[in-house]
Design a protein around this ligand. Structure first.
Ligand SMILES: *[C@@H]1O[C@H](CO)[C@@H](O)[C@H](O)[C@H]1NC(C)=O
Ligand SMILES: *[C@@H]1O[C@H](CO)[C@@H](O)[C@H](O)[C@H]1NC(C)=O
Ligand SMILES: *[C@@H]1O[C@H](CO)[C@@H](O)[C@H](O)[C@H]1NC(C)=O
Ligand SMILES: *[C@@H]1O[C@H](CO)[C@@H](O)[C@H](O)[C@H]1NC(C)=O
Length: 455
């Protein structure tokens, strides 16, 4: 297996992305990836807890070669760690995974104590259990960790992938295998479009249901996984780094870039950024960073509790910090360093940021525009606010003001009206002429959702 060895250098901090742990069954619509609810299992809690311990042994333990020496590894310093968890698609599974991981990362300590006003000393519960603040990133008011849901352009690209020759060829090559799964799928629809749900059902049952495990022929799960890997890499990646298929990675990128920059800045106390997510940002980020191109085994669905780590390290030459990319494919795997971004070496921080920045966005107006959505996730409010602004400006533009002031104020109001209206029109996609520069830029970055994109 791949994985390269590079010389040790001082680790300043890390940005970590982690998939949630084992959960109960989960269904997502194969057309637009609208999720259904599910819950974490004790196994899921254990997987995340073990990963937290593993990360602790690497980055928070003083005799480790990758120890982050400035971090307080005993009692959590809230300025040094930033935790965000996708609070959407899989119910509480991702948030609860973060809770378990943090229990392993910062175990109870008797130093988590205080002396009260009345003189009594008190230690946190369960022998000094400390709670680390977790920001729950709710898809309804923050698109950053779940950019793909309600995204019409994404659904359109998914449909184009399902209609592509490469998809159809794969489907027909595997018709017999899919039909042979019928007795095991409890009447689930057997189509290649539904491959993720087929695989996930088999995976969940194989882990939780002895009758199922005993009846399933030994190679079937691996075969189904192989097909689901092809399917999901196609759905959640794109020929262009900022093509719409990569939206799960694009909207996650700004938080990663901000994290490594803050860690690299000597005046910022932040050392540890941890984002709890689903498998989708992994796929897009492997594609956007060329990690999958340089390590083809990465082009697939990561296991539960898989983790990618962007290490911010001091450079050997004394220059700016560098980024090293590590990945661990779930509980049974170990962290390994992978080449990415067309390089077999660590990437200078500024190169990392400057190369990836054009592909990322996490602001709502851009999202509504790129996804072609005027209704959901705050887009309706944005459209309404923009139209209110232009209406108000229009009313204000015929005020009863004396002639002297009118010219002055009038000029100002006109500009405001113009900007407001341009904003509304470009936002609604109504303005088709005169924006040569912007159009060219969008074209270059591949935001167009041309249906041939994936084929
Ligand atoms: C001090 O206050 C704490 C919290 O209210 C209480 O548990 C403890 O019994 C008090 N100690 C004394 C000596 O009153
Ligand atoms: C366990 O698997 C068997 C065999 O596929 C199936 O009939 C049964 O419904 C499954 N049980 C549950 C709880 O899903
Ligand atoms: C990203 O994925 C697409 C398939 O959707 C593929 O054509 C492209 O080559 C991949 N890009 C890289 C850099 O691996
Ligand atoms: C993770 O491991 C599974 C098998 O356990 C494999 O099918 C998958 O391709 C691997 N994913 C990555 C991204 O390495």
């Amino acid at each position: 297996m791949a994985g390269v060895v590079r010389p040790d250098s001082k680790v300043l901090g890390v940005v970590v992305l982690v998939r949630h742990g084992d959960r109960s069954s989960f269904y997502q619509n194969a057309a637009d990836y609208t999720p259904a609810n599910t819950i974490i299992t004790p196994l899921g809690n254990v997987q995340e807890y073990l990963l937290g311990q593993n990360l602790r042994s690497i980055y928070l333990t003083s005799n480790s070669s990758s120890f982050i020496s400035t971090i307080n590894s005993d009692v959590v310093d809230h300025d040094q760690i930033l935790v965000r968890a996708d609070g959407g698609g899989e119910g509480g599974v991702i948030f609860n995974s973060a809770v378990s991981l943090l229990q392993g990362l910062f175990p109870p300590t008797l130093n988590y104590d205080m002396t009260l006003a009345n003189g009594t000393t008190i230690v946190g519960p369960m022998g000094g259990y400390q709670s680390v603040p977790i920001e729950s990133v709710e898809p309804d008011n923050d698109i950053s960790l779940e950019g793909w849901t309600d995204c019409n352009a994404f659904s359109k690209a998914t449909k184009a992938f399902y209609n592509s020759d490469v998809f159809k060829a794969k489907a027909s090559e595997n018709t017999d295998f899919l039909q042979s799964l019928r007795p095991y799928l409890d009447d689930r629809p057997i189509t290649f479009e539904n491959m993720w749900n087929i695989f996930d059902y088999m995976n969940v049952q194989s882990l939780h249901n002895k009758t199922f495990l005993d009846s399933l022929p030994p190679t079937y799960l691996a075969q189904a996984r192989h097909l689901a890997n092809f399917h999901q890499y196609g759905v959640f990646s794109s020929v262009q780094p900022n093509g719409i298929g990569n939206i799960a990675g694009q909207t996650t990128l700004p938080s990663i870039l901000e994290g490594v920059q803050r860690i690299g800045s000597s005046s910022d106390p932040l050392n540890f950024v941890y984002q709890a997510v689903s498998y989708k940002p992994f796929i897009s980020l492997f594609n956007i960073t060329q990690a999958a191109e340089m390590n083809p085994e990465l082009a697939g669905i990561v296991n539960y509790a898989a983790a990618m780590v962007f290490e911010v390290r001091e450079s050997d030459s004394g220059g700016e910090p560098v980024i090293r990319f590590n990945f661990k494919n779930g509980t049974e795997d170990s962290f390994r360093t992978y080449n990415f971004m067309s390089s077999t070496d660590d990437i200078p921080l500024s190169t990392f940021v400057n190369t990836l920045e054009p592909f990322g966005f996490d602001d709502l107006p851009t999202w509504c525009n790129v996804c072609g959505n005027t209704e959901d996730r705050g887009c309706a409010e944005l459209v309404a606010a923009a139209s209110r602004a232009s209406q108000a400006a229009r009313l204000e533009s015929k005020p009863a003001i004396s002639a002297v002031g009118a010219g002055f104020i009038g000029a100002g109001v006109t500009i405001v009206v113009l900007f407001a209206m341009l904003g509304v029109f470009t936002f609604l996609g109504l303005l088709t002429v005169g924006f040569g520069k912007r159009k060219a830029k969008r074209g270059k970055y591949g935001y167009d959702t041309d249906s041939t994109e994936k084929s």
